[in-house]
Structure formats: C-alpha cells, structure tokens
Design a protein around this ligand. Sequence first.
Ligand code: HEM
Length: 219
Amino acid sequence: MYAETSTRGYSRCQTPKSAAPGTVFHVKLRRPARRATLVVHVAASAGWLGLTLGLLALATAAITTDSHPTIDASVRAMKVFTDWLVLPLALLTLLSGLLLSLGTSWGLARHRWVYTKFWLTLATTVASAFALRPGINEAAATVSAGDAPASSTDLIMGPIVSLSAYLFMTVISVLKPWGQTRRGRRLRAAHQRGQRQLAEKQSASPHKEVDAEVMRQTA
Ligand code: HEM
C-alpha cells in the first residue's frame, strides 16, 4: 500500500527536508520504467536461480560417475556456465534490484527484506567471482589433464549454497516479511510529520490557498 501509492507516475520531490520515500536523486521511477525494471529483475534473478540448478545437476553428474568422458563433459559445461553467465546475471540482478529499491518507496535500507536481499546478493556475487568460478576453472584444468577432480565436495558445495540462498531470496521477495528497519520507521515518521504540518498550515489559511490557486490559473 505504502509502495503502491507513492510510485504512481513521475514526480519531483517537493519536500527536500524529509526526502519523500522512493526517490533516486529526488526522482521517482515512472510506472512504465518501474515495470520494465521489475521484468528485468525477475528475469535475471530467475535466470540466476535456473543457472545454479543447472550447475547442481552437472556437479551431481560429475561426482556420481566413474566415466571420465561424463566427468569431463560435465565439468566443461560448468566452466562455460560460470565463465559466461554467472557474473552478468548476478550483476544484472544486483543493479536492477538497486534501481527498484532506490527508485521506489521500498528504499534500500527501509525494509528488512530488501536490505537482507541486498547484502545476501552482494555476498553471493563476491563468492561466485572469487570462490565458485576459480574452483570450477581449477577442476576443469585437472579433468582436461586426465585426472579426477581433487574434491567432489568442492564441486557440489558452491551450487548447493548458492541455490539455497536464491531460493531463500525468492521466498522473501514474494512474502516481503519482517516490516521496516529502524531507519525506515524514522523516515516514515518524519515524512508523516511533514505532511501533517502542511495540512495544518493549509487548514489554518484556506483563503490564501484559494487566492494562490486563482493567481496561478489567471497568470
Ligand atoms: C538472487 C537475488 C534476488 C532474487 C531471487 C530476487 C527476486 C525478486 C522477485 C521474484 C521479485 C518480485 C516480487 C513481487 O513482485 O512480488 C523482486 C522484487 C524486488 N526486488 Fe529482488 N531479487 C533479488 C535481489 C534483489 C536485490 C539485490 C535487491 C536490492 C538491492 C532487490 C530489490 C527488490 C525490490 C525493491 C523489489 C520490489 C519491486 C517492486 O515491487 O517494485 N532484489 N525480487
């Protein structure tokens, strides 16, 4: 409700003192832009989740067989996925998520579910770049040299951990649990105070408002 009302159309922020929720540099995302960004965000995050499921299937195939050609093919396929897809999808999810957070009333640090997703996505992106990808590259080099991968646990742990994280993030994206952060509550209270003061000012001098409106219309 809070998000719904404040993300209708474009608006310049009118109250610099208590920056309206849902603005990037005081500019809200227009409704079509928000929808397009949401489509990109859901497509990228679903793609990332699917990719991790694929990695899990390939790792399972590689560690449950004695056939060297199957191990070789599975690990090479994992390398193609991690070389070409993991980081672009991770970054696209992160960037579109940031845009949706900062350009709408959700905010980045106003709601616990958004803040949790931000830090978890950042952590999994870093882990993908500095642990998952080098681990799979190393396994691919070992398998290409005709040896078995050094550790089957290493091969499958990355996909298991990231799949669990993405499933968790999908659940909290849909349920949006835990309410607002302390910062979110503080900003909302300040915003409501500002609105109340404005309403009080207007009701104290209604004729001034009417005069100003008439001036604007006749100018
Ligand atoms: C793997 C990571 C992520 C997954 C699986 C994911 C998934 C989703 C899904 C499925 C939705 C649609 C929910 C709905 O409309 O009911 C969504 C919305 C959203 N996500 Fe994410 N997300 C991820 C990362 C992020 C990150 C890193 C951020 C912030 C930095 C973020 C911020 C948001 C926001 C603010 C919305 C609400 C957009 C709106 O309703 O306008 N997400 N996410």
